[in-house]
Design a protein around this ligand. Structure first.
Ligand SMILES: Nc1ncnc2c1ncn2[C@@H]1O[C@H](COP(=O)(O)OP(=O)(O)OP(=O)(O)O)[C@@H](O)[C@H]1O
Length: 305
């Protein structure tokens, strides 16, 4: 399956908040929607989920208009909304059956997901008596219980501690391996980086970058090197580079302990390597620049996430 989002525009009360969002994702892959607060991630997800319609643009699945009624979807909304007064099992059973499962099949799936999320000991407790993180895990179980082929998660990691985040990461990875189509939004670059095949970076309602994460990283690293010198911080290293190697490279990002260098004109990595070797400087590390997703995000969407 291939989900394609093309040129989404959305206005609220005369103010346009999405100005043409486009991306696509296929089964067996996960797409991360990234963006700062207010970038438009939730609005995009709500259009996908048909909570409201776009003013312009299309969402298609394998070329036909995407309908949440025609295909099983696991949706974790930003506002978490289960029934606090019902027991964990009661509400998971209710939701599973609402989505078309037979009672026996639902009971099996509920048991599986409570165990998988590590909350089986709370099966008979009312949801409101669970900690926030455990409630979130029950909500995730509710999202996945009916084995949906399309999974859309709005900020699934919010409220989870590192151990529970790992459980969720593993679960998402399993779902990808089962050929599910996964879309989720997040501010946490490191999570997205670990298992997303595709990313969309949004800023002020526009797509500033989208595509295959590996290709994007290669593209961003192209023609750039990293250098750190023993005993020097990034600023000192930058000053040395400017003074001694300006014909070969230009500083292109100063970090705490290293600088990113952009090769000028016809410069090759070997030339820079030789110049460094001949300089007598105490090189701590030197090599190709492999930007993190956070580096790419900061470069394209402004300040730190
Ligand atoms: N129902 C609404 N009415 C008016 N404005 C809205 C509505 N929903 C969202 N907006 C505005 O649309 C913009 C995008 O909001 P959205 O919630 O999609 O961003 P987001 O990227 O999900 O942000 P966050 O990371 O903070 O959740 C914001 O300026 C927000 O104020």
């Amino acid at each position: 399956m291939k989900l394609e989002v093309k040129d989404l525009h959305k206005s609220f009360g005369g103010t346009e908040v999405l100005h043409g969002i486009s991306f696509s994702v296929e089964s067996g892959r996960a797409l991360g929607l990234l963006g700062r607060n207010g970038a438009g991630k939730t609005t995009t997800i709500r259009i996908l989920m048909q909570v409201f319609a776009a003013n312009k643009g299309t969402v298609t699945l394998d070329g036909v208009p995407f309908s949440t009624k025609k295909i099983g979807i696991g949706y974790l909304p930003e506002e978490r909304g289960l029934y606090p007064k019902k027991t964990v099992t009661e509400q998971l059973m209710y939701l599973a059956q609402l989505r078309g499962m037979k009672k026996a099949e639902a009971a099996k799936a509920v048991k599986h997901w409570l165990e998988r999320m590590g909350v089986e000991q709370y099966a008979s407790r009312k949801l409101e008596t669970l900690s926030k993180g455990n409630q979130q895990k029950v909500q995730l179980a509710a999202t996945l219980v009916h084995n949906p082929p399309v999974i859309i998660l709005d900020e699934p990691f919010s409220g989870l501690d590192p151990v529970n985040s790992q459980v969720l990461k593993d679960v998402i990875q399993e779902q990808i391996a089962e050929n599910k189509l996964v879309i989720f939004s997040s501010h946490q670059m490191s999570y997205v980086e670990e298992f997303c095949n595709d990313i969309v970076i949004m800023n002020h309602g526009e797509t500033v970058l989208s595509g295959d994460l590996r290709e994007i990283k290669t593209l961003f690293g192209h023609g750039r090197l990293v250098l750190s010198l023993n005993g020097k911080d990034g600023e000192e290293t930058e000053a040395i580079v400017k003074e001694r190697f300006s014909g070969l490279v230009q500083p292109d990002g100063i970090h705490k302990d290293f600088v990113v260098l952009k090769m000028t004109g016809e410069t090759t990595k070997t030339q820079v390597f030789r110049a460094l070797a001949e300089s007598g400087l105490d090189v701590e590390s030197f090599g190709d620049y492999r930007p993190s997703l956070n580096d790419i995000f900061v470069e394209r969407a402004g300040d730190e996430a």
